[in-house]
Design a protein around this ligand. Structure first.
Ligand code: F6R
Length: 269
């Protein structure tokens, strides 16, 4: 796998690498993750990855699995923590992010099952706060996230941290918690759930504070339908109404990997 050619922009203090297509951007993301695993293993004897689901990272997982198949990359000393999970949902429900991760990544690599962490969509509601706190403590006990892979919602969300009225200073302190999904997020999940009334309207999500604490943040955005959100996050004001704009708080540690279509509205910047 070779690093595909890219054009680099520097926006809001962040490197934004623009690739010709989603495949090239995904290869770049997989190579970056591999490098982070190799470096973390050399430094600390292990690596801790924050992972995302959705349609965007599927190709990234396919490339990481391919690297594993060829013997180039092992996940034996890697721990993973997923960004989010619908709530309530059973792990074995085909629409759960547990199922997604198993299908696209976990079952294909040598990651120990007790090191693959996904928020539990079956936890009793009164215990979700304690569950979220425990999830965060596990990340800390593991030494923190070496990398957090992110996608961006059409409304600018990261994880399931949806647009909100908080000040940016308050929004960046948000921890892992149970949230209501934004109408745009629910609309985007209609195909997956087979109807608006069938979309699970709540989810557990890693907090913005937890995301921003990662030693490295990789935002992958592909497709014309993401162009507006990408432009709002990179060219607009830093606001909790566009949660991805809050990544500027971790600007030196954040890399955007976008394809040509998603970069449409920033290309002239
Ligand atoms: C998924 C997640 C979401 C998605 C975002 C983009 O774990 O946290 O923030 O990354 O909704 O989804 P796709 O890639 O399906 O467009």
């Amino acid at each position: 796998m070779k690093t595909p050619p890219s054009r680099t922009l520097f926006l809001s203090g962040m490197d934004v690498k623009v690739y010709p297509d989603p495949e090239a951007a995904s290869i770049a993301a997989a190579l970056l993750i591999e490098q982070i695993v190799v470096d973390a293993r050399a430094k600390r004897g292990k690596a801790v990855l924050g992972l995302a689901t959705g349609s965007t990272p599927k190709r990234v997982y396919a490339h990481l699995v391919e690297r594993h198949r060829t013997g180039a990359l092992s996940f034996r000393d890697v721990s993973t923590y997923n960004l989010d999970e619908y709530y309530p949902i059973a792990a074995n429900d085909p629409r759960s992010y547990h199922s997604y991760m198993y299908e696209h990544f976990f079952r294909h690599v040598d990651l120990a099952s007790n090191r693959a962490h996904v928020l539990d969509g079956t936890i009793t509601e009164s215990l979700t706060e304690a569950h979220a706190a425990l999830f965060e403590r596990s990340i800390e006990a593991d030494g923190g996230l070496d990398a957090q892979l992110l996608g961006i919602g059409r409304n600018g969300h990261i994880g399931f941290n949806e647009p909100c009225d908080l000040t940016p200073e308050r929004a960046i302190t948000l921890g892992t918690r149970l949230v209501e999904l934004h109408p745009t997020t629910r609309a985007d999940a209609v195909a997956e759930f087979g109807g608006m009334d069938r979309v699970i309207p709540r989810a557990l999500t890693l907090g913005i504070a937890t995301i921003l604490a990662a030693r490295s943040i990789i935002m992958l955005a592909t497709g014309a339908h993401k162009a507006e959100a990408v432009a709002a996050a990179l060219l607009g004001p830093v606001t909790a109404q566009v949660p991805a704009s809050l990544l500027t708080y971790a600007a030196p540690r954040t890399t955007w990997l976008v394809d040509h279509a998603a970069a449409r509205a920033i290309a002239q910047a």
